[in-house]
Design a protein. Structure first.
Length: 186
């Protein structure tokens, strides 16, 4: 990996490997929000929210959906880019980068579990050997479920919606087919 690619990977990792920024990405899936709106929703200072939004935007995780004039300034409304291009932009990541991302995600999952409501849900953990076609089908289903939830995300508190949490982490292990042999594209 050349230095430019490595620097971009580190920038993207640092952008998302932070619990506050993970919460922002989740919120900005359902609606575009300004720094002031994010600050109110997450109980942050406006300056802190602006900083984190800038970091995510500079790393290519957010897009500016609109701009509006507010009190002599310009308020940008950001939205999360959750499409497949996000993963391609991050490129292949080494184990250390994936572990850092998983640790940040785990902290966010722990926060969400403290707010979990009684009701339906699903949890699973598995380390197993499965046929290649079963693996590819499972990844297709996970991708489909992820895209469905992202596509259907609505602003917080919208009528007739349920507040949910969904986290997936699926990958091939050493010892079997890896690389191109086990490759998958949505």
């Amino acid at each position: 990996m050349d230095e430019t690619t490595e620097a971009a990977e580190v920038t993207a990792l640092r952008a998302v490997a932070h619990p506050v920024r993970l919460r922002m990405l989740s919120m900005l899936t359902g609606e575009a929000m300004s720094a002031a709106e994010v600050a109110r929703a997450l109980d942050l200072t406006h300056a802190n929210a602006s900083y984190h939004l800038r970091v995510l935007h500079d790393a290519g995780e957010l897009v500016v959906e609109s701009e509006e004039k507010v009190r002599g300034g310009t308020a940008r409304r950001y939205r999360y880019r959750y499409d497949a291009a996000v993963d391609e932009r991050r490129g292949p990541r080494d184990a250390a980068a994936r572990i850092a991302d998983a640790r940040a995600t785990q902290l966010e999952v722990e926060r969400r579990l403290l707010e979990a409501a009684p009701g339906s849900g699903s949890a699973s953990d598995l380390e197993a050997w499965v046929p290649l076609e079963a693996w590819r089908r499972a990844l297709d289903l996970v991708h489909e479920a992820s895209m469905l939830l992202h596509d259907e995300a609505r602003p917080a508190g919208s009528p007739d919606t349920v507040h949910v949490s969904a986290t997936w982490n699926a990958f091939t292990m050493t010892g079997g087919l890896t690389g191109e042999a086990a490759g998958w594209r949505p």
